[in-house]
Design a protein around this ligand. Structure first.
Ligand code: GMT
Length: 376
């Protein structure tokens, strides 16, 4: 197949997923065209059947106060589809990507060609943007007009059906993990540098948006740190970071909390970690938790959205209500205080992560693409 992929090319879960999926399809012999405003973070080096088309921002036209991203993207889609013979478009996010794909499809129909598009819902557009009523008509329309729709968890599918008038079948295809990359490699030199006295290492990875509740991560760590020697690694960057840095100073923890910013090789840091913290207020799947589990790191998380489909309470970690910092810390200590218990949780986390192996999930998308092309 010749597949076009549209996503936000950032470090966020949807961009990572879209890129890894496109690359996976290319490995299976398909021709994949990424159509994005910047080169996706995980795209990597040249490959013969992977193409990248940059969407023109239109920023240099003095009349526009706002950059007309949607119009530029629609025009680029028409151009790439026509000139490279794209057979199917996969867009990540209902707004704006599915609504733009709909426009591109309409333009192509007027030129005598029908190219179907699949929309994958990742959560933020449904659970956050989707709760702003102003977006509801566009989101509903874009989903209903898609030739295929997937959601990354059962919970997100339910939220979508509960919040919008959807007349399309939604297929659940989970986030996935590449075990060739995410595994518990021996990184003793890292461990010695981060925790020279054998302290336990807790870790959190996110884009530091308020929904991630990174301050809860710090409060949980405070309680754990008061009881056992420990270090906290905070990976990523975003709007809450400076507030969190201030909080860690205020709590007297700055010596034991390391803000490492955006990191490419997250797997190397996960490989030396003992516990992953994900206390989010909303999370459609929790790809970051899955990446941790693949590196044998148990997860202390909230019980919202799709997280319970990934993190199994009492086996791969523990679940709690949003904001239940004391309970989360208590659960963290139960795992961290005993090597045997930690070992059991590590093994269960790895076994559960195996359910989301890239090798199992990519064929599901591939079959779904074929089905969509056949039915359109
Ligand atoms: O979590 C984020 O803030 C990034 C966000 C995105 O849109 O890139 O991630 C969403 O999509 C991921 C991939 O499907 C999911 O694993 C994340 O759970 C989801 N984030 C939220 O629902 C908050």
């Amino acid at each position: 197949m010749k597949i076009g992929v549209v996503c936000y090319p950032t470090y966020g879960g949807s961009g990572v997923l879209a890129t890894e999926l496109g690359l996976g399809m290319a490995r299976r012999g398909h021709e994949v065209h990424f159509i994005t405003y910047r080169r996706p973070a995980r795209l990597g080096n040249f490959q013969t059947n992977v193409f990248y088309h940059e969407v023109d921002s239109g920023a240099d036209y003095p009349l526009f106060e706002y950059v007309p991203y949607e119009t530029s993207l629609a025009s680029k889609l028409v151009d790439v589809i026509e000139n490279y013979g794209i057979e199917l478009l996969h867009v990540h996010y209902a707004v704006p990507h599915a609504s733009v794909a709909y426009m591109a499809r309409k333009i192509l129909i007027s030129r005598g060609k029908y190219v179907p598009f699949v929309t994958t819902l990742h959560g933020t557009d449904i659970t956050l943007v989707g709760t702003n009523p102003a977006f509801a008509p566009t989101i509903t329309f874009a989903i209903n007009k898609s030739d295929g729709v997937t959601a990354v968890s059962k919970s997100l599918k339910k939220d979508t059906l509960d919040n919008f008038e959807i007349c399309r079948k939604i297929e659940v295809i989970y986030n996935f993990i590449d075990f060739k990359r995410f595994k518990r490699d021996n990184k003793e030199h890292f461990k010695a540098a981060i925790a020279p006295n054998g302290e336990r290492i807790l870790i959190h990875v996110s884009n530091f948006r308020p929904v991630k509740r990174v301050d809860d991560v710090i409060y949980i760590f405070k309680i754990v740190h008061d009881e056992i020697p420990s270090k906290l690694l905070l990976i990523g960057d975003g709007p809450e970071r400076s507030r969190c840095e201030e909080l860690s100073r205020k709590l007297g923890l700055s010596q034991d909390i390391r803000f490492l910013g955006k990191q490419d090789a997250i797997e190397e840091l996960l490989a030396v970690s003992d516990l992953f913290l994900l206390p989010s207020a909303s999370e459609s799947f929790g790809l970051a938790a899955l990446e941790a589990m693949a590196c044998q790191v148990p997860v202390i998380s909230s019980d919202v959205g799709g997280i319970p489909e990934v993190n199994i309470d009492g086996q791969t970690g523990y679940l709690s209500g949003v904001g239940m910092v004391d309970k989360m810390a208590e659960d963290a200590l139960r795992i961290l205080k005993d090597d045997k218990i930690l070992g059991r949780f590590r093994a269960a986390a790895l076994a559960q992560a195996a359910r989301f192996d890239i090798e199992e999930i990519i064929p599901k998308y591939e079959n779904y693409y074929k089905e969509v092309i056949q039915n359109s």
